[in-house]
Design a protein. Structure first.
Ligand code: SF4
Length: 347
């Protein structure tokens, strides 16, 4: 599949003001050296505990917040170098669906105005052509023409999220970032919205960066999965590999907590001790070392590098130090990443 998005060594730090004079003497390491690629028609799921940096990664990629460093290449173009006008033009290809369908819709606007707004900002269409596009898009997400004149408060949570999806798709983007798009919905409608997103991907050739803390949701929608911990991706692989053979101790612990839907089978729970450390002062060495059940002396001093532990399976952990380093320059595809001829170093 052709590459759509390459994220290379993305960094986002937030300054923290302390003291009477409000001096900046600390920073929150929200995202630290995050790299991945996303192909056309692919869904990459980003999963991790609350506060691990997955939403900040999504917002940084769209430049809804300005990254501190790194590169974000969309269709080969580094969008972090773009001036406001070219960025505005590119934004029509990159859209977002937020978690909260209640808060992200203007209660004073009708559905038609809400879904039409991106067209007014980005496309020179006549009023009649805009109405046709809005109607088509509403039909795609399972809403009816009579919904055009209604206001957000007249809809259920699932229908409001469908309006948000329609607003994101009305410009026919290539990439959609879903920031916990089903987390605020009742369980009964969650599956319907997920199925809708999967169907729309096929129909419109979309790529999704799908952000969620819910391992079951990520498994259902993703082709590949990146597991984040304290601002870093610690494991990245095809969805089947992650769920069948998790390699990183953090991923193993996360998956061990997922209930098995079979009373005859049980899974040994791996307990992680302590809380997630503060991102203002992340632990030295491996960031997971204060909580890791497999910690070794080297983990306290040296940060592990990302390595190709198996085919298409990257992991950031000293347990895999004998494997090849996955290194810059960032490869054109995951399979190239694992080709030794493109590696910049080895263990
Ligand atoms: Fe655990 Fe060490 Fe691996 Fe970190 S590098 S996850 S502390 S074994």
């Amino acid at each position: 599949m052709p590459e759509l998005l390459d994220v290379r060594h993305l960094v986002k730090h937030f300054p923290v003001r302390r003291g009477l004079l409000g001096r900046r003497n600390a920073k929150v390491h929200a995202v630290d050296d995050v790299s991945f690629s996303l192909a056309e028609n692919e869904t990459l799921g980003l999963v991790g505990e609350s506060g691990c940096g997955k939403s900040t990664t999504g917002f940084s990629i769209l430049r809804l917040i300005e990254p501190t460093g790194g590169e974000v290449r969309f269709q080969g173009q580094n969008i972090l170098m773009l001036d406001p006008e070219p960025l505005r033009r590119l934004r029509r290809k990159m859209q977002i669906v937020f978690q909260d369908p209640f808060g992200s819709l203007n209660p004073r606007l009708t559905v038609e105005r809400i879904v039409e707004e991106p067209l007014l900002n980005h496309e020179a269409l006549s009023a009649a052509a805009r109405r046709v596009r809005v109607k088509e898009t509403l039909e795609m997400v399972g809403l009816l023409p009579e919904h055009l004149t209604r206001f957000p408060h007249e809809f259920s949570g699932g229908q409001r999220q469908r309006i948000c999806v329609a607003r994101a798709l009305v410009l026919r983007p290539k990439l959609v970032v879903g920031d916990e798009p089903v987390s605020a919905l009742d369980v009964s409608v969650r599956a319907q919205v997920l199925n809708l997103l999967v169907e729309l991907q096929r129909r419109l050739n979309l790529s999704y960066l799908f952000i969620s803390h819910d391992l079951a949701v990520i498994r259902y929608v993703s082709h590949r999965v990146g597991v984040m911990y304290l601002g870093q991706i610690v494991e990245l692989a095809d969805v089947k590999a992650i769920y069948a053979r998790p390699l990183h101790p953090y991923t193993r612990a996360l998956l061990s907590a997922v209930p098995v839907p079979d009373p005859r089978r049980s899974r040994q729970r791996i307990l992680i001790k302590g809380d997630v450390p503060s991102p203002i002062d992340p632990p030295p060495g491996c960031r997971f070392h204060p909580r890791c059940p497999e910690v070794m002396p080297v983990c306290l001093e040296q940060a592990p590098l990302t390595r190709a532990a198996e085919l298409n399976h990257l992991v950031r952990c000293h347990l895999y130090d004998r494997h090849d380093v996955w290194n810059s320059p960032f490869p054109a595809s995951t399979s190239d990443a694992l080709n030794p001829s493109t590696q910049g170093g080895s263990a």
